[in-house]
Design a protein around this ligand. Sequence first.
Ligand SMILES: [Fe+2]
Ligand SMILES: [Fe+2]
Length: 307
Amino acid sequence: MDLEREFERVVAADHRIEPRDWMPEGYRKTLVRQIAQHAHSEIIGMQPEGDWISRAPSLRRKAILLAKVQDEAGHGLYLYAAAETLGADRDDLTARLVEGRQKYSSIFNYPTLTFADVGVIGWLVDGAAICNQVPLCRTSYGPYARAMIRICKEESFHQRQGYELLMTMMRGTRAQRDMVRDAVDRWWWPALMMFGPPDEESANTERSLAWRIKRHTNDELRQRFVDMSVPQAEKLGVTLPDPKLAWNAERGHYDFGEIDWAEFWRVVKGDGPCNAQRVAHRREAHEDGAWVREAAAAYAAMRERAA
Ligand SMILES: [Fe+2]
Ligand SMILES: [Fe+2]
């Protein structure tokens, strides 16, 4: 009883819950699920852009893309480590991912068809990730909040590099501009879906807000992202593929059209263009890495014997 009161006092005061502290089982479970899904998204998110590393159009673009994809691997690692502080087992989390028992962001189930997709992913996908993640720097669980601070710094670099890439392409040839517009058309709606289902259908939102895991609802964050993206699209010289997009002076926000939630649920449930490919690729990479894990474990055991 005292422990529960202490937990609630810490959360209400906007202080952090740390691994040593007592916490309700539901809080722990919600966090493990959210952090694991987040970690899986970072790792699976390496694939769509990773496809372009060997085909980047210049040494400079290749170096940038390599660094960006490596950052995503690092984000996955910080987050798996944060989940471990809650008692989660890393092997178990990986098994859940490769066996399709745990989800990751549905955005990574779409293909990257041209190099412009690399720019649009940086601009819109990393941009949406930033909207989602900046408030998580103040989430109530200490290790998660601290991981997010570092991740957000890198995400803002990702977003800038994507936007700069697109700006360069828009100053290029007609064919390059067409490529950018086509990529924006394909990624805009899936990017809006990254914020999750509408508030009235989001089962966990209320609980997560009460525990201060989440700080804003899905629809609030989605609106923030739309408001941020419209002027950026204008500056870039592209039209976002939504005829209903219009400034609403009364609300002080942009209105936008209806999201195709049937598509969202279809992709989340496994039937997106690349779901099977992404998970199969991850499973193969995990199996190929078995010797590295064995060698690391053998080395650690040897060091322990020597000590
Ligand atoms: Fe990331
Ligand atoms: Fe990123």
